[in-house]
Design a protein around this ligand. Structure first.
Ligand code: FAQ
Length: 330
């Protein structure tokens, strides 16, 4: 929807220019949205393409761990909800690729980078979903963490990204609730079901905290991103907000968190938590997580299997265009 009548980078003018940059920063500081045909620093454009495309890839790869359970959902109601959720994630990927395309990069190029193993996607989707309770944990914790990170992105300075995030966040909040409801049901079930919920929390807690990225000290892009109001909160700030919101939800369920250092700190009013294993995060991002290989293999197969659909859609569009041209000429 955004890809028609956009200026190319050449048409917009010089990419580095102190005068333009000062005016651009003033607009951003004044909370004006930046739109696709506006002048923008090249580094701002690159930062957005990097983040939006990684985000889009995450949504698409993120369909796999849950898609794995569609045929094994315990009831028809659960199956219908999970099917809708996984479909929503695919839709989120498409809105985000469309937003990235407004920045003079094509979706084909971005998908190619993912399939070639050159593009990042969220570390969290390289962990396996071992039991049905993991589907609850993904909704409660992974979508919960995603929302915490994405609500501020609805106010991001770049218009198309901010607008895509508004719709995405509405759907993610439904996803979080369906996940929490699965965990709630299991926690109130038999001893075996409660143990399954506890096992899922044990497995997904630390990887969910890693979703927020490296610590603020290690984060490479935060300074620029905050200055340009793409990010509104730092990685550590959002991680703390997530812990503060989620720990009471887990305690309400009668579950325990796999962190002996977790305690409420009266002085700060926040939940203090133990050290995150950032080496594990680095390893997963580098391609050495438990499921990286499997995820990329599944994506490549899906892309190859879908080639005929893309070809058919293009042939149909071409046929419609030529019929329309013939009718106009008559
Ligand atoms: N995994 O300097 P920073 C979802 C990379 S959607 C992998 O701090 P930044 C919905 C980072 O890209 C989940 N890589 O970077 C769903 C950078 O690498 P680069 C995705 C990570 O951008 C639910 C380097 O480390 N959400 O879950 C990770 O300022 C259920 C240095 O990091 C988004 O993408 C990581 N966890 O902050 C779907 C939200 N963390 O590019 C299905 C938008 C960091 O230099 C089922 N993105 N890296 O090679 C963001 O908010 C930011 O990009 C951060 C990272 C916060 C992720």
């Amino acid at each position: 929807m955004y890809t028609q009548a956009l200026n190319t980078r050449e048409a917009i003018g010089p990419v580095e220019d102190p005068e333009h940059e000062a005016r651009f920063q003033a607009r951003v500081d004044g909370e004006e949205k930046v739109e696709p045909n506006d002048w923008m620093p090249e580094a701002y454009r690159r930062l957005l393409v990097r983040q939006i495309s990684q985000h889009a890839h995450s949504e698409i790869v993120g369909m796999l761990p849950e898609g794995n359970w569609i045929t094994r959902a315990p009831t028809l109601r659960r199956k219908a909800a999970l099917l809708a959720k996984v479909q929503d994630e695919g839709g989120h990927g498409l809105y985000l690729y469309a937003a990235a395309e407004t920045l003079d990069v094509s979706r084909e190029e971005l998908v190619e980078q993912l399939l070639a193993g050159k593009a990042k996607y969220s570390s969290i989707f390289n962990y396996p979903t071992l039991t049905w309770a993991d589907i609850g944990a993904v909704g409660w914790l992974v979508d919960g963490a995603a929302i915490m990170n994405q609500i501020p992105l609805c106010r991001c300075s770049y218009g198309p990204y901010a607008r895509a995030m508004i719709r995405i966040c509405k759907e993610e909040s439904f996803h979080q609730r369906q996940g929490y409801e699965i965990i709630l049901t299991l926690s109130r079930g038999t001893a075996e079901q409660k143990a399954m919920a506890q096992g899922a929390l044990n497995r997904w807690w630390w990887p969910s905290l890693m979703m927020f990225g490296p610590s603020d000290k290690e984060s490479q892009h935060s300074d620029k991103s905050m200055r340009w109001k793409v990010k509104r909160f730092s990685n550590d700030e959002l991680r703390q907000k997530f812990v503060d919101a989620t720990v009471p939800q887990g305690l309400y369920l009668g579950l325990t968190f796999p962190d002996p250092e977790l305690r409420f700190d009266e002085a700060s009013g926040h939940w203090a938590f133990g050290a995150i294993d950032f080496d594990e995060l680095r390893q997963v991002i580098a391609g050495n997580g438990p499921c990286n290989h499997e995820r990329m293999k599944a994506r490549r197969k899906a892309h190859d299997d879908g080639a005929w659909v893309r070809e058919a859609a293009l042939a149909y569009a071409e046929k419609r265009r030529s019929r329309r041209d013939t009718a106009r000429a008559a």
